[in-house]
Design a protein around this ligand. Structure first.
Ligand code: GDP
Length: 309
């Protein structure tokens, strides 16, 4: 029996835009958001969870909407000094953001799990949806380049996605467990919504957590995804080179191919409607809609469209 809530699989910026729309059309309390933690990194002795923070700040209405991440009205005084001490000053941690990393690290030191800490941060910041890290254990995404492996955040921020991507590794993923409750939530959800997030290093990481993909496969009829690729390109970020490295076509068809074992409903952009028959050949129902979320109205409309399907 389906219960009256939605499970959302989310990365960072792309996911946050969609979720901002979603909380305008359904009660935030009805969302159980499973968030990628493969981008997590430890810098300056602090535990940083970029995707969890982006979703948290967005739902707390504290996010810098222009950038899509970090706090609004941020300052960088602490980072300026950190740069004199560390070589990892390329990570854009603002003063307010560092407060979250300090609080999270303090709670880790005191023995709390990532799931408990996420709940505590959300509560303090007034987030009403339930945010759940995909696992409590550490998983780190590494990008293989001609100059060796680098952490995904280093590839993304420091190297600006310039090195050629040879492969992608999720270090530690074999030994993790989904956070308690995730599998039951997927089984009992009214719908499972996959955000327009990076299919390889956001959604792909969640899918590699043991048992999550298998559970989604059993609930296929309830799984809806939005393509993060429009007209053969990512709206932002390195989805294209990462898909290429895995031998996928860089298009909504490539994303559908990657998700096809557990996906029944796929929303592609109006601009890609000509590709609908190719998606349907994969046994997936395709729907065309304006998926470029450039303002709140568009975010809300896209969310309403999926809820109504
Ligand atoms: P990140 O971890 O912060 O990079 O964020 P995500 O993984 O959630 O999102 C990155 C993906 O979101 C990219 O592949 C973008 O193409 C996609 N994306 C961002 N904005 C939009 C949008 O307005 N519409 C669609 N369809 N995709 C988007």
């Amino acid at each position: 029996m389906s219960e009256d809530y939605y499970v959302i699989l989310a990365g960072g910026v792309g996911a946050a835009k969609f979720i901002e729309g979603l909380v305008n059309v359904v009660k935030p309390e009805l969302l159980k958001i499973i968030v990628n933690t493969g981008d997590d990194i430890e810098l300056f002795g602090l535990k940083i969870c970029p995707d969890l923070d982006i979703i948290t700040y967005t739902l707390a209405n504290l996010v810098d909407k222009e950038k899509g991440w970090g706090f609004v009205d941020e300052t960088y005084n602490c980072l300026r000094i950190l740069k004199t001490y560390y070589e990892t000053g390329w990570f854009n941690a603002g003063d307010k953001d560092l407060a979250t990393h300090i609080y999270r690290t303090d709670l880790f030191t005191r023995g709390y799990t990532k799931a408990q800490i996420t709940e505590m941060i959300c509560k303090k910041l007034g987030v009403k949806s339930q945010l759940i890290p995909m696992c409590n254990e550490t998983v780190e995404t590494f990008i293989g380049t001609h100059d060796g492996e680098i952490h995904f955040e280093e590839y993304y921020i420091k190297e600006r996605c310039e090195p050629e991507v040879l492969d992608v590794k999720f270090k530690g993923i074999e030994n993790v467990k989904p956070v308690n409750g995730i599998l039951d939530y997927i089984k009992n959800a009214r719908k499972i919504l996959i955000c327009p997030s990076n299919p390889i290093v956001s959604i792909g990481t969640i899918l590699q957590v043991p048992k999550i993909k298998k559970t989604l496969m059993k609930e296929k009829s309830k799984v809806f995804a939005i393509s993060p690729i429009i007209e053969g390109a990512a709206v932002k970020g390195p989805a294209a080179p990462l898909m290429q490295a895995l031998g996928l076509e860089v298009s909504c068809v490539g994303v559908a191919t990657f998700y096809k074992e557990f996906l029944e409903h796929f929303i592609i952009d109006n601009k890609d409607c000509k590709l609908k028959p190719r998606i349907e050949e994969l046994g997936i129902n395709a729907y065309c809609y304006d998926t470029l979320m450039i303002n709140l109205k568009k975010k809300r409309n896209l969310a309403q469209f999926i809820i109504n399907l």
